[in-house]
Design a protein around this ligand. Structure first.
Ligand code: RIB
Length: 318
């Protein structure tokens, strides 16, 4: 039996088109291979956690429509418990319009739909479930009040909370920082800090501010620059894994889920982050979000093939 992970977050149907480049404002360009692929940061992380061997529970909302049925079934097929996935009458399921350019870079527009209907009242009955989990993962694609309320309840029942700070949120309330591990990417960290982060030093300074606001540890996802861990007077930069990116959609979700699962299994933060780096890299080598999430065996094999878990660009204690 794997560790018990609860994901409280969004489920979206991703409408994905391949484009020669991201169009400029007012430009009309030709795309190809339009596909409907299950996604949403929350659901992606739930699928990733399940593929990594966790027993996973998903809490969220879909609409009473065709996309909602597909999103529910996609989670169920992966072995994710959907008992707390509600259906919001009169709301459309969350949808994301995604353009993928050569090299895997993407641009995304999210229409939250039913995801925006998950209220703090909806999570009130989850107190006991949360107390039984090894970790709770959240993101910022559901109402912020709901995220804040889950953090509060989780603290009361002493559940460990991992917050993926995506999509970018400016002027985040203090409650969002009171988590065990905060995981922003570069743009999200810049939004939280209220300024652009030019280099690793600036990223580290922002992470320290997040620690001062209550985060137990900060793990910055820096894409092709790897990951930066800042915790307990320790700073460490893990280099990116060399890959040929096909589609980076969901790579950050694979990273967050892997970090949560391996940390909940008892690995030190550094080793869990190194494996998360591998999970993110693997996801970027495949198209789509949920279908791209790697299995546990794939992550462990990739890590071994890369020469083990914890290659580092330097660790120093301050
Ligand atoms: O993190 C990737 C996800 O962001 C996509 O699946 C899309 O649904 C958006 O929520």
């Amino acid at each position: 039996m794997g560790v018990r992970i609860g994901v409280i977050g969004s489920a979206n149907m991703d409408l994905v088109a391949q484009v020669p480049r991201v169009p400029a404002a007012g430009e009309n360009i030709r795309g190809r291979d339009l596909r409907e692929i299950p996604g949403g940061k929350g659901a992606n992380q739930a699928v990733a956690a399940a593929r990594l061997g966790a027993e996973c529970l998903f809490v969220g909302k879909v609409g009473n429509d065709a996309f909602g049925a597909i999103l529910r079934e996609s989670l169920r097929r992966e072995g994710v418990n959907t008992e707390y996935l509600g259906t919001e009458e009169g709301a459309a399921s969350g949808t994301a319009l995604i353009l993928v350019a050569p090299g895997g870079q993407n641009s995304i527009v999210v229409c939250p739909g039913a995801n925006g209907c998950l209220t703090p009242e909806d999570v009130e009955p989850l107190r006991e479930e949360l107390s039984l989990l090894d970790a709770v993962i959240m993101q910022l694609e559901i109402p912020i009040d709901t995220v804040a309320r889950v953090i509060e309840i989780a603290r009361e029942v002493e559940a460990s909370v991992i917050l993926d700070a995506g999509p970018p949120l400016e002027q985040a309330p203090d409650e969002l920082f009171r988590v065990d591990i905060l995981i922003p990417n570069e743009a999200e960290a810049a939004a939280l800090a209220g300024r652009p982060l030019g280099d690793l030093r600036e990223a580290e300074r922002a992470a320290r501010e997040f620690l001062a606001r209550g985060a137990g540890a900060v793990v910055l996802k820096l894409g092709d620059k790897g990951a930066l861990l800042v915790a307990d007077g320790m700073v460490e930069h893990l280099p990116a894994r060399p890959i040929r990116a096909v589609d980076t959609t969901g790579a950050g979700d694979a990273f967050t889920a892997a970090l949560a699962v391996f940390r909940a299994e008892g690995l030190p933060l550094r080793e869990a982050a190194a494996l998360a780096n591998c999970a993110g890299a693997l996801a970027a080598t495949r198209p789509g979000a949920q279908p791209a999430m790697p299995t546990r065996a794939e992550v462990l094999n990739f890590s071994r093939a890369q020469g083990g878990g914890c290659q580092s660009h330097g660790v120093y204690f301050l």
